[in-house]
Design a protein around this ligand. Sequence first.
Ligand code: AMP
Length: 281
Amino acid sequence: MITLVRRIPELKKKIKQARQRRKVIGFVPTMGAFHEGHLSLMRRARRETDFLVISIFVNPLQFDPKEDLQRYPRQLKQDIALAKTAGVDLIFYPTARQMYPTGQETVLDIPSLTDHLCGRSRPTHFPGVLTVVNKLFNLVEPDISYFGQKDYQQALLIKKMAVDLNMNLKIKICPIVRERDGLALSSRNRYLSPSQRRTAPCLYRALCQARQLIKKGERSIPQIIRKMRSIINAEKKTRIDYLNIVNPSTLTDLKRITRRPVLIALAVYVGRTRLIDNILI
Ligand code: AMP
């Protein structure tokens, strides 16, 4: 049976009961609008833990006023049905008032890691993510929490936060789930028009091109980036936000490929929709 909980006291009660029964608690935080990417995290958590909690919260703190908070897809009924199929025990679905009753003065940041890639164009995004994930960890007290590599920078930040704040939990990163044509699944893909949807796999094509070039021995990063850019710029209605080849631990730019792995990460606007993707090579 799946339980839907909206209020914090009720959540704490359920968590306490699970703890008393010595259950290992797994946790998957989400913003809802589930697709196979979310479900892959839940299924893995189901296999590896005893009591599986997920959260659905479109966190206002991580959206800039100009971003898509209002428009972000919400589909609770369908999400509950999908969560059931993945064997979720409890869905925490708080209101913004539950999470931020008196405003949120305490905000977390890891400037050395947020000042790269997505953090450059979305400066308030990661402090919002770190703060809400920290709050959710305090409420759910998971033993293991699961995140997708799709949001590589987010996962790296959360791992670092857990270490820096001596959190008593494990963070596990799960592989990117893709459509058949390579497009990484995302709740925002539904914003794409049919023609934009046909364009969108160019992100993954560019990543594959980079992998091919490196495999063939190309070591110059400007060369690789130039070829990737030309694949994306050849498509109508695309605009590259960033495209970087970086050290996967520090997210700093590299000039040549001298060590492995490297992280290739990009964000591209297709029409008005901002898509992200990455690979580790
Ligand atoms: P979101 O609802 O977008 O905040 O995502 C919730 C979790 O699902 C995050 O840890 C994401 O990284 C993960 N996720 C989103 N899309 C994918 C995907 N295509 N493959 C794997 N994990 C994903």
